[in-house]
Ligand binder design. Structure first.
Ligand code: NAG
Ligand code: NAG
Ligand code: NAG
Ligand code: NAG
Ligand code: NAG
Ligand code: NAG
Ligand code: NAG
Ligand code: NAG
Ligand code: NAG
Ligand code: NAG
Ligand code: NAG
Length: 443
């Protein structure tokens, strides 16, 4: 889709009209932060975001201190302020969470996190009690859902990841919790927060609609030789009408990843460092399951020190294994109407990677069983910068399993070069691709 400047301006107007009322001055004198309400711009997924009414009462969460579990304090403040209140996590406090919190009952509530929320390092407890989200064996420390929920305040969610990075190095079947689980949320804004040291992905957004993430800072490294792995910034799943914008992500896996049934999503104004790019997928992992990813607009991303810039990864028609804990193939569905508009790359292995042979190194075998998950109507445009030396002279990889399941791929104004000055792409099974980029044919 091409958004005309006039339409974009209309959307911007509309996004201001849809923005929620700010907190009353009365709440602010009681120590509450004002709702940030960052405008959704310049792009907008097109559907309105519901208005969040002002809240009338405040509840301040008590903290025991000294690493004692504050979960009951958090729950009691949330319960007294649910249905129209504003919960304050005080600025100078660290709240320890040692109990899995089911927060899917939230309604018309603001969580004003000014201090730090830190999860305990009790890996036995969390492996037994973290919420199982089933998809890719994902688990979460808490699940935040319900209706009309805003989380902001400038504070920090700290996943205490080091103990998990070290444990995972010993046993890669350990299920590490996701830091921030947005599960079944209908309407909400997550803004002005720091997310640190997630054991695994930073955000899972599942079964959710009309949710905006804005001005989030993500970072967390391992201090031992055991690298922090699979630390995706965001994964969206079974979710519609989502915005992720104005954020800085220093991580070690996908910066943002659109998992099965992610629709009408805008990702814009991100600075990603150290990631695996902005990824569609992986999809088609589960035999017989149907996955759709449609209507995605990614705009203005700075991508540094990454394995990929724009990436679409689909499992082949045949069962395949990427690693002990990641196997799949044989799924159905479609990837369509995907736009990547504007990316500046620095030290990125592939500027663009499209594969329908994810997890399958044997391309002959992959082509024998073409993917049942089609890729169509993809536009990648206005990319500049340089790749890393890793695949030089290649700057990209465009490999489908058959031209019958991959169509209408458009690459325009991508001027990315390798360190040696080349701009070659590995190509296979995409009709018309050699008239768009400098192809080196595979097979
Ligand atoms: C876990 O946290 C506790 C309390 O903060 C600390 O005493 C202990 O050393 C930590 N254990 C590990 C393995 O990091
Ligand atoms: C989402 O909703 C479906 C259908 O109600 C449910 O089966 C699933 O467990 C929910 N959660 C996730 C993460 O998919
Ligand atoms: C969960 O992990 C196990 C390996 O521990 C793997 O066999 C299984 O396929 C995974 N399940 C899902 C749903 O990814
Ligand atoms: C692009 O994103 C960067 C970083 O978030 C931001 O500073 C800049 O204003 C954005 N540019 C446009 C044209 O939106
Ligand atoms: C960016 O990522 C690289 C590794 O990929 C890391 O060494 C560097 O510290 C990161 N920069 C920041 C600001 O976190
Ligand atoms: C995705 O949506 C389609 C159509 O609504 C549905 O048939 C399919 O089961 C969904 N897949 C997942 C993984 O939720
Ligand atoms: C394609 O996706 C964009 C959002 O990126 C949306 O505005 C447009 O309506 C979609 N087009 C179709 C035909 O669905
Ligand atoms: C990329 O990594 C290098 C070396 O690790 C680091 O100096 C640089 O700051 C990183 N780039 C960004 C944008 O963080
Ligand atoms: C790749 O797959 C083809 C077709 O199934 C098979 O003949 C060939 O032996 C495989 N190659 C390797 C290296 O496994
Ligand atoms: C999926 O693709 C495989 C291999 O290309 C094919 O044999 C199979 O019949 C397809 N399955 C469905 C349900 O379409
Ligand atoms: C090509 O992309 C660059 C950004 O990489 C942009 O500044 C320029 O205007 C684009 N050119 C056209 C003709 O769209």
């Amino acid at each position: 889709m091409r958004i005309s400047p006039l339409f974009a301006a209309a959307l911007l107007q509309a996004s201001i009209a849809w923005s929620s009322p700010v907190e009353s001055d009365d709440l602010v004198t009681r120590g509450a932060s004002k709702r940030p309400n960052h405008p959704i711009k310049p792009h907008h997924p097109g559907k309105p975001f519901p208005v969040s009414p002002a809240r009338s009462k405040t509840c301040t969460v008590k903290s025991y201190g000294n690493g004692k579990d504050d979960s009951t304090n958090v729950l009691s403040a949330i319960k007294s302020c649910n249905n129209g209140g504003h919960v304050i996590f005080s600025k100078d406090k660290t709240y320890t969470i040692g109990t899995a919190l089911d927060l899917t009952f939230l309604k018309n509530i603001d969580l004003d996190v000014q201090g730090t929320i830190k999860f305990t390092n009790d890996t036995d407890y969390w492996q037994a009690n973290a919420f199982k989200q089933v998809f890719q064996n994902a688990t979460t420390f808490f699940q935040l859902g319900g209706e009309d929920v805003n989380v902001y305040g400038g504070g920090t969610f700290d996943g205490n990841g080091q103990v998990w990075y070290d444990l995972y190095a010993k046993n890669n079947l350990v299920l590490r919790p996701i830091l921030f689980g947005t599960i079944g949320l209908k309407g909400g804004r997550i803004e002005n927060l720091k997310m640190r040291y997630s054991p695994q992905w930073y955000n899972l957004v599942a079964n959710s609609t009309n949710v905006v993430f804005s001005d989030i800072s993500i970072s967390g490294y391992s201090s031992s030789s055991n690298v922090a792995k699979n630390t995706d910034g965001w994964d969206t799943y079974r979710s519609d009408n989502i915005v992720i914008q104005n954020s800085h992500i220093d991580n070690g896996d996908d910066c943002v990843s659109f998992k099965p049934n992610s629709t009408n999503i805008v990702v814009q104004n991100l600075i990603c460092n150290g990631s695996h790019g902005i990824s569609v997928g992986s999809l088609g992992q589960y035999k017989g399951e149907v996955d759709y990813v449609k209507n995605i607009y990614t705009y203005n991303v700075s991508m540094s020190n990454a394995s990929d810039g724009a990436r679409i990864k689909v499992w082949p028609g045949v069962s395949s294994a990427l690693s002990d804990d990641l196997q799949g193939g044989g799924g159905l569905g479609a990837v369509s109407n995907i736009t990547y508009d504007g990316m500046v790359l620095s030290n990125v292995d592939y500027a663009i990677e499209i594969t329908q042979c994810y997890g399958q190194k044997n391309l002959t075998l992959c082509n024998q069983f073409p993917s049942n998950l089609t890729i169509s109507d993809v536009t990648i445009k206005n990319f500049k910068g340089t790749t890393s030396k890793k695949h030089d002279p290649l700057v990209g990889y465009l490999v489908c399993s058959s031209p019958t399941v991959c169509s209408d791929i458009n690459i325009q104004n991508v001027t990315v070069k390798s360190p040696s000055g080349t701009n070659q792409y590995a190509c296979a099974n995409i009709d018309g691709i050699d008239s768009q980029v400098n192809c080196k044919k595979l097979l």
